[in-house]
Design a protein around this ligand. Structure first.
Ligand code: PLP
Length: 352
């Protein structure tokens, strides 16, 4: 070992889903939206002037913050934006999770949480989901240094009712509770409505899924102004120019078109419900998903085998070789046409 190597911080990085770029592929492996962003985003892109790239972007991201405040009808001081919700959540870990006590998140959940906890040296504990893959509320009533969970959960897709989310927040007045709502637009009401009541609640959302802008990297947090101020202090101590100019402009444009947003989210939900029925008929079982993906297990064909067979067909889904979930496929809801190709192949493959 070379001498400097003893001073290297060694980490096991997060493994994102593959990003193959093959002609004709059907990409259902990273929960991207199959529809393009709102037409106003394309328009705003045309209007971008490369000359404006000469200057640093607005460190306060005011234009986007104003658009969020407008869209949700809340004050600017309650919003924080970042380079995807991954950036927002990583910043929140650094800001709020500095207790000696372990933070809590489910054993089956977004796998980035443990990566950040390791990176930042935050102790953590992962209470197990029950046999139906549901979060066990009372596990989160134990002493802790903070709490984070996605709602709907990933990769299960299960949406927890808001009254249960509220109970977890209410029972933890001494910790910050982060609700990661990457998929909430496809499910039920958001915990944003609870922020007035709880100063320890931070709700995080993203433009990557429901707003079709994964490539632009836009995420935000919503909380009481005090939490947001603390987040900004850490952000400005680290990198004040996190969001680039195109993301600020195009994210703002995306928020102007509520009708398009509702239409595409509605289409994805309708496709999801149809695919659920068809997968059931093919012998798949899955928790009832409130997200833009279905976490499915077949009664006789191993998930790993299906994953490989689908890949041969240029159809990409996600497979996790992790304990308890290694017989499931996480299938993103694409367009109706894409799902028809998938279902047609599954029908013939499972019949053989
Ligand atoms: C996709 C996802 C994110 C991250 O999204 P960004 O693209 O970084 O905004 C965060 N949490 C969960 C649970 C996700 O599925």
């Amino acid at each position: 070992m070379r001498n400097w190597e003893q001073y290297v911080r060694r980490v096991v990085p997060y493994t994102p889903g593959e990003q193959p770029n093959r002609p004709g592929m059907i990409k259902l492996n990273t929960n991207e939206n199959p529809y393009p962003p709102a037409p106003g985003v394309q328009q705003a892109l045309r209007e971008l002037d490369a000359g404006s790239f000469r200057l640093y972007p607005d460190p306060a991201a005011s234009e986007l913050i104003d658009a969020l405040a407008d869209y949700y009808g809340k004050e600017q001081e309650r919003f924080f934006v970042g380079v995807g919700s991954d950036d927002v959540i990583a910043m929140a870990f650094q800001t709020f999770f500095n207790s000696e006590k372990p933070i809590l998140f489910p054993d089956i959940s977004y796998s980035f949480y443990s990566v950040w906890a390791e990176l930042f040296g935050i102790p953590y504990r992962r209470p197990a989901l029950d046999e139906k893959l549901c979060l066990v509320k009372k596990d989160y009533f134990a002493e802790n240094g903070g709490i984070i969970f996605p709602n709907p959960n990933a990769p299960t897709g299960i949406y927890m009712e808001l009254c249960e989310v509220e109970e977890i927040i209410a029972r933890n007045p001494d910790s910050v509770v982060i609700v990661d709502e990457a998929y909430v637009d496809f499910a039920g009401p958001s915990a944003m409505s609870l922020v007035d009541k709880y100063d320890n609640l931070l709700v995080v959302q993203t433009f990557s899924k429901s707003r079709s802008m994964a490539g632009m990297r836009i995420g935000f947090a919503y909380g009481q102004p005090e939490l947001i101020r603390y987040l900004n202090d850490v952000k400005y101590s680290f990198n004040s120019y996190t969001m680039n100019l195109p993301s600020l402009k195009l994210g703002t444009a995306a928020l102007k078109d509520r009708a398009y947003f509702e239409e595409t989210v509605g289409k994805i939900k309708a496709t999801r419900e149809r695919v659920k029925r068809e997968l059931s008929a093919l012998g798949f079982a899955f928790p009832d998903s409130g997200a833009n993906f279905i976490f499915a297990s077949h009664k006789s064909c191993p998930a790993k085998e299906l994953f490989e067979a689908l890949k041969e067909q240029n159809i990409y889904v996600r497979y996790f070789a992790s304990p308890r979930i290694d017989n499931y496929l996480r299938i993103t809801v694409g367009t109706d046409e894409e799902m028809d190709v998938l279902l047609k192949f599954l029908k013939s493959y499972l019949r053989e």
